[in-house]
Each structure stands twice: as C-alpha cells, then as structure tokens.
Ligand binder design. Sequence first.
Ligand SMILES: [Zn+2]
Ligand SMILES: [Zn+2]
Length: 766
Amino acid sequence: MVTRSQILVRGIVQGVGFRPFIYSQANRRDLRGRVRNNTTGVLIEVEGNYSDIEQFIADIRSNPPPLSLIESIECSHHLAPADYADFLILESAQQGERFVPISADVSTCDACLKELFDARDRRYQYPFINCTNCGPRFTIVEDIPYDRAKTTMRDFEMCPDCRAEYENPLDRRFHAEPTACPVCGPQLYLLSADGLEVGPDVVAPQDTVAFVQGLLLKGRIVAIKGVGGFHLACDALSPEAVEQLRRRKYREDKPFAMMANSVEVVEQHCFVSEAERRLLLSERRPIVLLEKRPDSEIAQAVAPRVNNLGFMLPYSPLHHLLLNNLDQPLVMTSGNMSNEPISYDDGEATRRLNKIADYFLLHDRRIHMRTDDSVARIHDGREMILRRSRGHAPEPIRMAFRFERQVLACGAELKNTFCLARDKYAFVSHHIGDLENLETLQSFTEGIDHFKRLFFLEPEVVAYDLHPEYLSTKYALSLDDTATKIAVQHHHAHIASCMVDNQIDGEVIGVAMDGLGFGTDGRMWGGEFFVADFLEAERVAHLAYVPMPGGAKAIREPWRMAAIYLQHAFGDEFVNLDLPFVKDLEQRGWPTLRSMVATRSNSPETSSMGRLFDAVSSLLGVKAEVNYEGQAAIELEAMADRNCAEGYEFQISPTENAIEGGPVIRDAVEDLLDGFPAAVVSARFHSDVANLIVSMAAKVRNDRKLNRVALSGGVFQNMLLLGKTCEMLRRDGFQVFTHARVPTNDGGISLGQAAVANALIKSGRI
Ligand SMILES: [Zn+2]
Ligand SMILES: [Zn+2]
C-alpha cells in the first residue's frame, strides 16, 4: 500500500550535497517524491511502501553526507498519496522560519585535487575548482537560502558544461553552488606593486602561478588573495625576505604563520605527533602550532625567540598550485598592516598593501565575509582552538541547554568575537580582531548585521563586558533600548565559556588566569579564583593588587611591572640589588614611575597573573618593551628549562583571600643572585604558579566540597603552565576542564557572556 511522508531535516544540510544524497537514496528504494531546500532546512516528500520509507529515514540518520550535521529529523507519516511519477530535486523555496546553519569553508577534496593535477581534465590547473564536498561557503554567502544567486558566484554565469554537471543529480557537482571552470568561472591576474597588470608578454596566463612561485623564491613579497582574505607571502628560508616583510608591515616580532605543501615538509622543521598530523590534514586546515626542531632552517625572523612555529597545509586549489613541488615552506601571514583587520577587497587591498607587496596575485571572485585562518594546537591529545575562524565559522556550537531568548553577546576588546544565540545553538563569529580602530569596529558591526540576516536573528538580550571603555561595550549600550542589556564580568564570562565548551553545568572552582579584565570593584582583575556557575561568580581569592604604573603603558613595557614587584618584595632598596635588570632603571625612568605610584596617579591597581608573568619575564632579561600582546609571557615560556620540576612557594595564608606575589619574586631574585640560569628560574616560576592553582583549588575543595576545576583565561595559552597545572590537579584527584572548541583567550568571552545572560534571564533576576 502506497503512503506518503513529509520529512524536514534540520542542521547543516545546505551546500553539503544533501539533496543529491536524498535523490540517490530515494531512487535506491524506489521512492517517488520531491526534495527542496527551504529556509529551515531540507524538506522531503516521499511516497512508496511505508517500510521502505522507514528504511530511507534510517539511512539518512545513519549515513548522511560527510559535511552535513543533522540536528533533527521531523516526520509526518501516512499522508494521502500525491501520486508522484518520479523523484525530483526542486529549486529552493522561500518559506519556513529562515533558520539554516551555513557550512564553513571547506578545503579542496581529494576528488577535486585529482582533477586539478590531471592534464586530461577540463579543470586541469584551474585555481577555483570545487564541488559539493569542498570549496568556499561562508566567505561567499550574501544571504540565505544557500543558492548560487545569493553568493558572490552570481557574478559568473555557468557555461553549458558546468550547467550540465550542476543539473545532473548523479554528478558530484550537482548543485555545487560555487562550481566553475576556466571557461566560465573566476580568473587570476597578477599586478605589480604600482597596479599595472603583468601581461602575457611577461607570463602566459596558464603559467601565472608557477611564475609567482618563482618570484617568491627570488625573495619577492607577494600579496595573494585567498578564500577569506589576503595573505602576504614570502620565502620562509630567506632571512632577507622575511626581515623585509617585517619592516614593511611594521611588525617587529609577532610570529608569522607558514604554509607547506605536505606534512613531510613540515616535519623537516617541527616535531609532528600523530594527533598533530591529523589536525594539519583535517578539512578545516587550521594553522597548527608545533614545536620547532633545533635543526630547522626557517629564518629566525619568522618567529623570533619562541619555540613554536605555526604551519598550515594548502586549503584552496590556488594554494595547491602555488606550493606544488615546493619542498620548503612559505610565510603566509594575514594581509594587513599591524593591528588592522585582514584585507579582502581588491581595491582596498592594493591601496593598503602596495607599500608591502612587490606583486599582487588577484582574482575576480569577491569575498563577502573576511575570515582569518584559524589557529589550533594539540593539548592532551585533543584539539585546542586558539583562534576560531575560517573552516569553523559560522558553524554553531551546540549547547547542552536552551537559550530562553535570542541573545547577542558583544565579546571583549582584544581578539574579539561576537556571539548570537538562539534555541540550542550559539553562533560564535569568526575572529574579528582587536577592537582598537575604526576598521575593526566596522568589521564587528557588519559581521553582527550579517549573522543576524543569515540566521534570522533579532536579539532581545544584549550581553557585554563590564569595561566601560571597550568599543564592544559602547556598541552594546548604543543599541536601541528595547533589548535587555546585561553586563557580564570578564572573568565570569571566561569560566562560563569553559563550562559551555565542556557542556557542564552547576558549580565549579573557576580559575581565570588572564591579562586584564574589568572587575566588579572597578579594578583590573586577572589572577582570579571563583566558585562559579552560569548565574554567579563568587570571587574566593585573587592575586594581591599591585599598581600598574602608566596604565596601558605598563602592558607595553613589562619592565614597569618588574620594578613594581621588586619594590613590593624588597622595598625601595631593590635598586641596589646586583642584577642586570636594575642597572638601567634610572635611565628608563624609575624615579618618575616611583613618584607616580607613590602619589597613585595614573596607576590603576591590578590582580593580573599576566602582569606577574610580564614582571618575571622582564626580570629574566626579555625585552623591556614588547610589541605584541603576550610577548613577554610567550618568551618566558620559550626559555624555560623543560627538565626542571621544582618550584618556589607562593604564600597562601589560610584566612586571607589575596595571594601575595612578592615572595615568588624574592625567590626568583635569590636564584638569579646565586647564579642560576634564566631557564631554570623560568621553569621554577611556571611550577610555582601551577602549585599555587592546585593549593588554592584544594582549599576551596575543603571549604565548599567542590571537585571540578574550570581553567580559562589568556594565560592558559601557555602550554607549559597548562600542562603542569592539569597534571598536578588530576594527580590530586580533581576533575579538570580546559578549552577545546572555543579559545581560552578573549576570543571565548562572547560565548561565556551569552551563557551568563541566559542564566540570568532564566532565573528571573533580570
Ligand atoms: Zn571537491
Ligand atoms: Zn564552466
């Protein structure tokens, strides 16, 4: 007996080959009907034997297309037959409640790669080859539903060959929206720095990429338009090329990422574990931070004074062509001036980058949403994301709870992301950057508008950081008054973010070790111990306050924090210590600083662990002034002797909740005076901070009968500290939660804000 069923599949089901998959499954079981995308998901109608329909649904559930992510399958069965003669794939319909997660950009698949290098294929060496299983998605989508007409590929009309593939349900490019070929699709072109096209008299169009590879090997710097924005590329083995790139980009020390053709090339320069190999090869293709081999020939200037290198493998056909047969890595850093967002528009890029790049390798496929490369590393055998962007965004993070109302969380100032949430999804944005200039702010507001449109969101709740000066806070407060505004303390958001990341609920011991975040007492926090849940964070202990002379200047000049901590530990007599550090203090301006602190002018108080790391780092001789965020701590970690286990003692008095940093500084100074190398002092300091965390957690466990510890905050990007802390906590019987899916740095703040705001709404307190 023939019966009809209507099936709605929700989740990531558009742009991932879902309809052809349904088509082939229906044909296999002799079912007739229709499948179409709507604004809610994929809507299927099938008729045939009921048992066949049941099997058909079971197959969808158990074996969906590789890039899809099914959230739910809703069915109405036993409807009257519509007497369909066949099974058809229909054009998209504008109906439903407009809520379809859009796939992230996916690296080139094996089938496309094979064609790319097959001289008989019509897409041989075509830099924009893609199919249903790979290619650009988020970066080219202008609106939903996901159809070619709503992407930047609408600029290109398909040729008859491409259209035939696109319309053939049995072709692997069936409804591959960005599909293209050399006849009809995007084209590459090469410009010199002065904007003139390098014509066929210099290089034949089909040889352009090989020509660019040659330019790079000759030491030139080339701006290359990629999937989510521009890269600046140069030869990673050439000190001259890399140093020139640094000079032109005004980027002194912050490490550059690199791209290599294969894991084997990466292995010439870094140690690569099995888990790291898998991460490098994963379809998201993040930059993976790896331990540098001592015999690596990478130019020092690629990553000065750090022991990790960031590598990624090619993820677009253009990259595969550019690195083809290349047995050495290229620097591939974001195409921007320092502190500006990545360039993505041709005109704007050539204007902004023409003092940096010698050439521009461009193409005419527009990038709608700029997206930086993601950054990840392996911790404890699993992926730990440090920058969640291309390859991840805008994929939603699935919640263990439901958002009562639609929430917009505006995030923090540095490494900003925003987050829009509804139902059981949190859409954490791609990496926006440091909200310190107009360009980044614009990228932030445009991003929010785009996400609202894509996911049909109209937030009723707006969460923001307590810091009154953050541009994200000012933005939140400037929004119209109908939304409920909720301020969330920075470190509470960190802990909540770690809890969401691990899908846990209830009270935890929250340890937030961070740079700076505005506290509820108006001071700058960052070395915090909480008893926390989503609703509340009770601050049970923190690093003792010290002044931060000059405010933000103390972040750029870590010597200021070293001087303050020395004064704290030894009194004003510290200037007589026999340390290299005190030699040029006078010249640096200590007397002024001293009176500044004495009169409490421009010296906000801080309990930041990040600033204590700065102080120790400076004491051990790293640069007096840093030029990128976290540099002093990163160099301190890099210099530590990995074989040294013992630490100093922080003093935790059983009654006080302020932990003094002075004793640790005294121990470190004594070691230096005794002639211990900086490597040992650094290692001991790391052990010591780990010790502090474990003793404090043990104290809270005694008092409050809690055994779960959530670790969050930018300081835990330090793998030496994170590793030691986790190991010691576990040895002591704690259950430890660290970040994996969202960054431990401020990139994770927006997700935590959304969770806290939701809990407050749910509780009825707001
Ligand atoms: Zn493909
Ligand atoms: Zn074509």
